[in-house]
Ligand binder design. Structure first.
Ligand code: NAD
Ligand code: ZN
Length: 367
């Protein structure tokens, strides 16, 4: 029931350890890294009462003392204020360069703590212990760390790879169901990007994945494998890594237009709608069959995800407004739009010169 995926980055290669109870192994695995004898555990107020004690115990059993740094939950924490608070807490705890920063939480904590580790003492070692499904299959792997700026999301950051990722699938039992479904959108994404057999496997095993057990561990491990392979080939997103943005140009625009309000739309829900739109737009451009878009929508709907704009329609004034939000997304360069489009399930590709007029017309018809 324990799976290990290696992210092959030469001298900076690291393992992702996946399975129920993996948290218990954190101490021995950290000792094997021959890092410092002390660490700070950065986490949030939702996760701390549930999982901080067991992690601190596992570390202490291996002789590693830890200092907790507990931050408020939510995207608003991923900013300059809490970065400063975290860095100062690391210095206050007198952690040295070889000591560890451990991120225990969802993507917000992983991104913030990873960035704090990257900039404190010019780079401390860090370990990811992701506790949300999204963090286990996506944000904890690949070394993108950072915070949001008033000017936009994820605009301040660094590439800083973890030394180790511990994805204990048991901790997902306490994750709110809606957050679990949102993370599932990113799992489906890996099938849609480049692995049609994986998508077919997901269609077959969805109920077992939702129930937990071995199918869930398998789905997480296959997702990590997919991301690890892409990151190993293109660590700094010079090319191929951009495929991971399938559904994200539309998705980010939908998150922005609904004011990043998690009561309306969480990231994975925006991505789910975005992936359906990317498939529908690809069909409209005669790149893919409309049957594929229907198949994607049917599967995501079965996973309890939104697949069209109906629930958020009242937040979208018109197609032009939505288009403005899309153009503000960072994937715009010199008037042309870069989109991840597809030739079919498992055949996504980077389209660098999508005419904005085509997108606008598509949105007009879709709204
Ligand atoms: P999150 O960190 O806000 O976690 C979602 C919610 O679940 C929070 O309220 C959190 O407290 C709670 N939670 C987490 N684990 C729990 C558990 N086991 N039990 C109970 N509650 C738990 O959000 P997220 O969806 O995990 O991550 C989103 C963030 O990830 C965004 O900031 C996004 O930009 C970032 N991200 C980064 C990358 C990357 O490559 N670095 C990739 C994708 C997303
Ligand atoms: Zn995403």
């Amino acid at each position: 029931t324990r799976q290990t995926v290696r992210v092959d980055l030469g001298a900076r290669a690291y393992d992702i350890v996946i399975g129920p109870g993996a948290l218990q192994e954190t101490g021995e695995r950290v000792v094997a890294l021959a890092s410092g004898a002390r660490c700070a555990i950065v986490t949030d107020e939702n996760v701390a009462p549930l999982h901080l004690g067991p992690l601190a115990d596992a570390l202490s059993a291996a002789g590693i003392a830890s200092t907790p740094i507990v931050l408020p939950p939510g995207e608003a924490t991923k900013g300059f204020d809490h970065l400063q608070q975290t860095v100062e807490a690391l210095l206050e705890a007198r952690l040295e360069r070889g000591d560890l920063v451990v991120a225990l939480g969802g993507g917000v904590i992983g991104d913030l703590a990873g960035f704090a580790a990257a900039v404190t003492r010019r780079g401390m070692d860090f370990v990811q212990v992701p506790t949300s499904l999204l963090a286990q299959v996506d944000s904890s792997v690949g070394g993108k760390t950072g915070i949001n700026a008033p000017q936009g999301k994820n605009l301040v950051g660094a590439f800083h790879q973890p030394r180790l990722v511990i994805a204990d699938t048991g901790v997902l039992d306490t994750l709110p169901a809606r957050e679990f479904r949102a993370g599932y959108a990113e799992i489906a994404k890996y099938g849609l990007i480049g692995d049609a057999p994986f998508f077919a496997w997901l269609e077959e095993n969805l109920d077992a994945i939702m129930d937990g057990g071995p199918a869930r561990t398998d789905a997480i491990a296959r997702s990590c494998r997919a991301k690890a392979d892409i990151v190993a080939r293109d660590e700094r997103e010079a090319g191929e890594r951009a495929l991971l943005n399938l559904g994200h140009t539309f998705g980010h625009a939908l998150e922005a237009i609904t004011g990043y309000r998690s009561d309306i739309l969480v990231h994975g829900e925006g991505v789910a709608i975005g992936m359906v739109l990317a498939h529908a737009f690809s069909a409209r451009m005669n790149l893919a069959s409309p049957d594929d878009a229907r198949r994607v929508a049917a599967h995501l709907e079965r996973a309890g995800l939104p697949t069209d704009l109906s629930a958020i329609r009242s937040h979208i004034a018109d197609a032009d407004t939505l288009m403005d939000f899309i153009a503000q997304d960072k994937k715009v360069s010199r008037g042309a739009l870069t989109f991840i489009l597809t030739r079919g399930i498992g055949e996504a590709f980077i389209a660098r010169d999508v005419p904005p007029s085509e997108v606008r017309a598509f949105l007009k018809d879709t709204l």
